[in-house]
Design a protein around this ligand. Structure first.
Ligand SMILES: [Zn+2]
Length: 503
């Protein structure tokens, strides 16, 4: 990498390394050259063009946000401060069936696809075009991207209120194959949402055929995360088995009061499936979700906060119940008048959130929606909240485990080669943070507030964030699926032998 007398580009001196493998921490300097980790150890005699004093701080791999809707933000808000400020150096975009490509300039964008596409209104006919644009105008962090099944439906189907017909399936397969060959890492679905709610399991299996031969992933916002969550898990596992691909259960949750506590049933079911096939899952550390404003499926049962509303922008940040009272209508009618827009729904139990977070194989994903002035606080707070609140203050798991859930585990599950751990030769994505100080400050009332305790964030060897300020660097890359190494790994029988840490 570097000759012994060649100075490093960057030296993180005197810190304690948590390397992203869940191994115990150790004291070491980290030398970076040519965008890669060049040395780890006692580098006291070595010089560097730039040195960051990490004494008393943790040096960890840059965090990977396993679940995002940042497709458009990478281009329209390329500093990506809401993520970089948390220590995130890579995002997985294109989740929940929604991706920015492949779309025609005139494709209609039914909700929730419109959540992606504010401002610039740029659309991309192919993933190759999208990636080319990202490489022409790089963002501050790396991206790996999924192809959205709802996007494929919007692009190809004559009508969304039924399952796809054979010619439509063939068209979607061709578009998926083209996207995967351009470097997309898999297919996401969102059968919970209107544009895909009528898609049958068989449609998804057929559309997903190009995944198998390429070793790509199937990632899903399941059809039902409430009363029929077990049936939805079985549908997900079946799709994975029939396509012979790894599956990722997105933002796993059990929602609505009658389902509180059911993570005690879903998690053993997921663990059992892991003995037969590759299954991964992610979770965000909050009891409220956020998505488009909708009035069905018990979404208005709990407290609802309006995050954005096209017809009533003045209502952002307000309680739906208060708006309804003021307008003298019921909550359903008020929600209808506020559409289209996005809202925050308090639908989960804290015990379930903690049990799912603590489950050994759960990755951390924000599911943040980078739109409007009152987003869900997970957009700015997810990673420090897991490190500070849940790991340090609640004691849900050791810091090494917390870091692994947002680095090494995520890189393994998404096949992000050369990322997710600190080792010589790995890409130099790193974060320096204070384990005693780190905490999220974003709240439902003031959601766009950066984390405390993040000292420095390094993306491909370049400092992107330092002492609470963005450096202006935009050193992010497109992380393409590696066509030479399909990620179809053996079932994780070892995982099944490890007892759940859930309580
Ligand atoms: Zn989702």
């Amino acid at each position: 990498m570097t000759e012994p007398n060649e100075p490093f580009d960057l030296l993180l001196r005197g810190g304690t390394v948590i390397d992203g493998t869940r191994a115990p921490r150790f004291d070491a300097d980290v030398g970076i050259a040519h965008g890669r980790i060049a040395a780890i150890g006692d580098l006291g005699g070595r010089s560097a063009r730039e040195t960051i004093d990490a004494t008393g701080k943790i040096v960890a791999p840059g965090f990977i946000d396993s679940h995002t809707h940042d497709d458009q933000a990478l281009l329209s808000q390329p500093d990506m401060s809401f993520k970089v400020s948390q220590g995130v150096t890579t995002v997985v975009a294109g989740n929940c069936g929604i991706s920015i490509a492949p779309l025609r300039p005139d494709s209609p964008l039914p909700s929730p696809l419109d959540l992606l596409d504010t401002g610039a209104r740029s659309r991309f006919a192919t993933f190759a075009d999208y990636f080319a644009e990202l490489e022409k105008k790089p963002a501050a962090l790396n991206v790996a991207a999924l192809v959205g099944h709802s996007t494929l439906r919007v692009r190809t189907m004559r009508s969304l209120d039924r399952s796809a017909e054979p010619d439509e399936i063939a068209a979607m397969q061709a578009l998926l194959a083209e996207a995967l060959d351009a470097g997309a890492i898999g297919l996401s679905t969102g059968t919970f949402y209107p544009p895909a709610v009528k898609a049958s399991t068989e449609e998804i299996i057929e559309v997903g055929r190009p995944l198998g031969e390429r070793g790509a992933l199937y990632v899903t916002h399941m059809r039902d995360e409430a009363n029929k969550v077990m049936e939805s898990l079985d549908e997900t596992f079946r799709i994975g088995r029939e396509l012979d691909v790894p599956v990722v259960v997105s933002h796993h949750k059990v929602q609505n009061v009658p389902n509180f506590g059911r993570s005690q049933v879903t998690l053993p079911h997921i663990r059992a499936a892991m003995q037969c096939q590759c299954v991964a899952l992610d979770c965000y550390p909050y009891t409220a979700g956020s998505t488009m404003i909708r009035t069905d499926r018990g979404m208005l049962e709990g407290r609802v906060l309006i995050a954005s509303s096209q017809p009533h922008p003045e209502c952002a940040g307000r309680d739906l119940a208060d708006i309804a009272r003021e307008w003298n209508v019921d909550k359903d009618e008020a929600a209808r008048r506020l559409q289209p827009g996005s809202a925050i729904y308090f639908l989960m139990d804290e015990g379930d959130v903690q049990r799912i977070l603590a489950f050994d194989e759960t990755m951390i994903g924000s599911d943040g929606i980078p739109v409007g002035e009152k987003p869900h606080p997970r957009l700015w707070g997810t990673f420090p909240r897991v490190l500070g609140h849940y790991s340090r203050d609640v004691g849900l798991f050791p810091l090494e485990t917390a870091v692994w859930k947002m680095t090494g585990l995520t890189a393994r599950n998404f096949g992000l080669a050369g990322r997710g751990t600190l080792a010589v030769g790995q890409a130099a994505d790193a974060v320096v943070f204070d384990a005693a100080m780190i905490r999220d400050t974003a709240t439902y009332e003031a959601p766009t507030s950066p984390a405390q305790g993040i000292d420095a964030v390094i993306v491909n060897g370049v400092v992107a964030w330092r002492d609470g300020r963005h450096s202006g660097a935009r050193s992010g890359r497109v992380l393409r699926r590696d066509p030479e190494s399909p990620r179809r790994s053996a079932p994780r029988s070892l995982a099944a032998a490890v007892p759940s840490t859930g309580a």
